[in-house]
Design a protein around this ligand. Structure first.
Ligand code: TUI
Length: 313
């Protein structure tokens, strides 16, 4: 069940991808997701290229299955990061926060599957034209750097206009969301926040606990004034950032205030002064499971949901 073009394209058992989250999506998490039949993804984030190279070496030791690398196109090391991707012939790359067009030709040549994350119909179409193999359509419910449209609006809109497969992201946490995404025209899902609360995720226990404690309205949007809105946990750090924005501080000042704060939360567990990036679904997460449990639960919940729905027709 649930064999879609995404499974075929990425050579995976279940069409479930783990989002590339800077500092959080390490080789350990990616390997656990890939070993459970999904696609695990290492996040390059803002780290230097040698960090990525080490993570790729590690993931190859931890799994024989396909894995991906998420490239954050705003990274100061983007060209060196792409050199590592080329050298290691990474099976799949996902891209975020920009347009990967200038790397597409070389990626195609080495056989890397390219799956850009897009927040709009226009960008999705542009990516298909440029030769993307699939797109991840990410709604504003997601954590971290986000677009404006909701998953419910964006996925069907893109689906009607593209022929390549589509993966839905933002607001998906369980089998019901998975079924809903398929109903809207997606052939797979990507989840980030759910995988933070996995046993294999290396994020600090305080970060995981913050996700578990979060309620429905605790994931707020900051940095709108910079043009790069970011969804994070409501805490003293994000309240202060919003205050600085309200005072009309410059983009540079706001950027400086945010620098290093995600690492502070993920690695040191400082969830007071750190930037705790989470999606709106954090309010729904109440436990830590293994990656295998997360994926098999979703597949089982999804088939139960479909069976229950068939009672309506
Ligand atoms: O990239 C993400 N999520 C992220 S990246 C990140 S690190 C960061 N921190 C602060 C500011 C900026 C980045 C934390 N979370 N998700 C994928 C995503 N991509 N969401 C939205 C986009 C996007 C936005 C604009 C993709 C393309 C795009 O294109 C603009 C253009 O060039 O036309």
């Amino acid at each position: 069940m649930f064999k879609t073009r995404v499974c075929e394209l990425l050579n995976i058992k279940y069409p479930v991808l783990q989002g590339g989250m800077a500092w959080i999506s390490t080789a350990e998490l990616a390997a656990a997701v890939s070993n459970a039949g999904g696609l695990g993804i290492i996040a390059a984030g803002n780290a230097p290229a040698d960090v990525l190279e080490n993570e790729i070496k590690k993931v190859k030791q931890l799994t024989q299955k396909p894995y991906g690398v998420n490239v954050m196109l705003l990274s100061p090391y983007i060209d060196e990061i792409m050199e590592v991707v080329f050298k290691e012939k990474v099976p799949v790359i996902t891209t975020g926060a920009g347009n990967p067009g200038k790397y597409m030709k070389k990626l195609k040549e080495i056989g890397t599957k390219v799956v850009p994350v897009v927040p709009s119909v226009a960008l999705a179409k542009r990516m298909e034209t440029l030769g993307a193999d699939a797109v991840i359509v990410e709604g504003t419910e997601a954590g971290g750097h986000i677009g404006e449209l909701t998953t419910f609006t964006l996925v069907p809109h893109v689906s009607r206009r593209l022929t390549i497969p589509l993966i839905a992201a933002g607001g998906i946490v369980n089998g019901d969301g998975f079924v809903a995404a398929l109903a809207l025209g997606a052939e797979g899902v990507q989840m980030g926040t759910r995988f933070i609360c996995s046993q294999e995720c290396v994020a600090h226990k305080n970060y995981k606990e913050a996700v578990i404690q979060a309620k429905d309205r605790d994931a707020i949007v900051t940095a709108r004034s910079t043009g790069h809105p970011v969804r994070v946990l409501k805490n003293p750090f994000s309240r202060e950032l919003l205050k600085l924005e309200k005072e009309g501080r410059s983009k540079e000042e706001l950027l400086k205030f945010g620098t290093g704060k995600l690492k502070l939360a993920v690695e040191d567990g400082d969830i007071v002064n750190g930037s705790v990036m989470i999606g709106q679904v954090a309010g729904e997460i109440c436990d830590i499971k293994t990656c295998e449990e997360i994926i098999t639960d979703i597949i089982n919940e999804a088939s139960n949901r479909i069976k229950n729905m068939s009672n309506f027709v």
